[in-house]
Design a protein around this ligand. Structure first.
Ligand code: S1T
Ligand code: MG
Length: 590
């Protein structure tokens, strides 16, 4: 007899899952017992459910396919909600398996432990943060339900939820069918591909920007080839940083608006044919633009739709679109050789002296390490560590760049190593480490040995940067270096650049134990990218009410001294009778 749990595990494995992260509870014990009996997928238990969700998310992001988080009903499942919400926002096919009361318990008439307002409360919470759901309370219906829900996760690249009453895992169950994705309309696909290529052909300054869907649908190699054949400038979105790294595609860099390289930002914002391929149109990707990008003239291919001007093509899966475009484009000819990826910006090696370590020194030290020993995957938390990652050489990077939840970095590093066997470098601030850094205590029993760089500035610096006067963003100094040994790793107290270089070299050569560099940063020390980001956000948030009625000369001064920026609607109104060139924002230098 093959049990329902075994069928579920086989179906997960067929759809790319390579492990399960979880924390059991009495409502989930029969399910976890089946995990252990069948050994279809390795089970990694962690210490707190947010980390279970983040690790499963990271496993999916780095290798493709489904990530799997298994939790108990109520206290466990509701603890993982933030990680699932992050996966929803960032398009990650994460599968949540939750234990639940057995049929006879649900019918007992008692209020059950772990229950909230009603037995369905949890189901309703997850209906808001998942693309599909099923309660596996009927072994006959279970195979179809499992197939429908898991295939929705992959097709939509979103989290899904399976609730498994504890009297069900051991029930006999038939095999889970494999459902083929619906075939899109060929004629509509052709019309869409033709119009898209015509628009790019007619544009004087076309640009290709790639985003997270390119990785979620496993398209990096094909999109790299498309970039070659289109022969136009290629950039990544902020969230898409690290995409196409291993493909040799000629990616020029990451678009960061006013917080990034001015010439790259100008090329993107000045494009009259901006192709957004799998790019989430979010504030973190576009809000700090000097020149507001008029998306009406962009070509947006996202969530199975393509929008060009007023034309909407509604059923265009990204893989099918990319294949249609490739079929229409001849490969590079000898006359037009393939573009090569620009070499990473040559940064001078770290000066290993007694100067205090700064965020940009961490970027330089990591670049030195990767240039000497090869690229390493990065798992980054939210905070200045993620802005600092923008100055690291392009390499595989996983981070919640849009939903922007803290606590992701360390569990994501563990999930990355569990799923791929590759040793990650984890970038995490002291505030985020306080949330989930303790999961490192689980590394030893699974043989994981990430290198963890703690940006220890004793503050929620990203918030303090906007309101330096507030005391509530100061955290006091925690001695993380001393805590490492108690969790089974090695800790290094790093204050200077010489200590940073030495500790990173030692960490690199030490395997089998996690390595934690507690890098003490001066109060207020910020990466150049965060500095530019803060300046840009402050400039964009300047109150400009009534500006349209001010004399253009006055407005030009405000724009020239950086108080407001050229794209502001009020500024444009004030100078509507003057040539557009009179309003020119100064480029921001750090
Ligand atoms: N809680 C959670 C779970 N996620 C968040 N993003 C926040 C709160 C708000 C928040 C930020 S950035 C930030 C907070 C509290 C400070 C991060 O501090 P730390 O990890 O020490 O990094 P750094 O000092 O480099 O800033 C987001 C942007 O709203
Ligand atoms: Mg901090």
């Amino acid at each position: 007899m093959v049990t329902l749990a075994e069928r579920l595990l086989q179906a997960l494995q067929r759809r790319g899952a390579t492990e399960i992260f979880g924390i059991p509870g009495d409502f989930a014990l029969p399910l976890f017992r089946e995990f252990e009996r069948t050994r279809t997928l390795p089970l990694y238990t962690l210490s707190h459910e947010p980390a279970v969700g983040f690790a499963a998310d990271a496993a999916s992001r780095i290798r493709g396919g489904l990530g799997v988080a298994a939790v108990t009903y109520g206290a466990g499942a509701l603890n993982v909600v933030n990680a699932v919400a992050s996966a929803y926002a960032e398009r990650v096919p994460l599968v949540v398996l939750s234990g639940a009361p057995a049929a006879h318990e649900a019918a007992s008439g008692y209020l059950l432990h772990h229950q909230v307002k009603s037995l369905d409360s949890q189901w309703r919470v997850f209906s808001e943060i998942t693309a599909d759901r099923a309660r596996l309370d009927d072994a006959e219906a279970a195979p179809q339900q499992i197939a429908r829900v898991l295939d929705a996760a992959l097709r939509l690249s979103r989290p899904v939820y399976l609730e498994i009453p504890r009297d069900m895992p051991g029930r006999a169950c038939a095999d889970v069918p494999w459902t083929e994705a619906p075939v899109p309309d060929a004629e509509a696909l052709d019309a869409c591909a033709d119009e898209l290529l015509n628009r790019l052909h007619d544009a004087k300054r076309p640009v290709l920007m790639v985003g997270v869907e390119v990785r979620r649908y496993g398209l990096e190699a094909r999109v790299a080839e498309l970039a070659q054949r289109l022969d136009i400038p290629v950039v990544t979105s902020f969230m898409g940083r690290g995409l196409l790294t291993d493909t040799g595609a000629p990616v020029r860099g990451t678009y960061l608006g006013l917080a990034g390289a001015p010439e790259l930002s100008a090329e993107v914002e000045g494009s009259d044919g901006l192709l957004l391929l799998g790019v989430i149109v979010s504030d973190t990707n576009f809000a700090v633009s000097a020149q507001r990008i008029d998306l009406r003239y962009a070509i947006q291919a996202l969530e199975g739709r393509v929008v060009m001007g007023h034309h909407h093509y509604l059923d265009v899966p990204l893989p099918a679109l990319v294949d249609r475009l490739l079929a229409r484009l001849p490969g590079p000819t000898p006359a037009r050789p393939r573009r090569v990826a620009p070499a990473a910006a040559a940064t001078e090696p770290l000066v290993a002296d007694d100067a205090p370590a700064r965020p940009q020194d961490i970027a330089t030290a990591v670049n030195d390490l990767m240039r000497e020993h090869g690229a390493q995957p990065l798992a980054s938390d939210v905070g200045d560590c993620l802005f600092t990652a923008m100055d690291m050489d392009p390499t595989a990077l996983i981070a919640p760049g849009y939903y922007a939840t803290m606590g992701y970095g360390v569990p994501a590093g563990l999930g990355l190593q569990a799923a791929t066997g590759r040793r990650p470098i984890v970038l995490v601030g002291d505030g985020a480490f306080q949330m989930t850094g303790w999961e490192l205590g689980n590394a030893r029993r699974y043989g994981w040995d990430p290198i963890v760089l703690v940006f220890n500035n004793a503050a929620w610096e990203m918030l303090r940067a906007f309101e330096p006067r507030d005391a509530f963003n100061d955290l006091g100094l925690w001695d993380f270096a001393s805590m490492a040994a108690g969790m089974g790793g090695d800790g290094y107290l790093v204050r200077t650049r010489a200590e940073l270089q030495a500790a990173l070299q030692t960490a690199h050569t030490t395997r089998g134990r996690f390595q934690l560099l507690d890098i003490r940063l001066a109060a207020g020390a910020q990466s150049p990218t965060l500095e530019r980001f803060v300046k840009a956000v402050k400039r964009l948030s300047m109150p400009t009410a009534g500006l349209g009625k001010r004399p253009c000369r006055v407005v030009m001064n405000l724009v020239e001294n950086g108080s407001i920026h050229a794209g502001d609607a009020g500024a444009q109104r004030a100078c509507k009778n003057r040539p557009p060139s009179v309003l020119k924002s100064p480029t921001i230098s750090s």
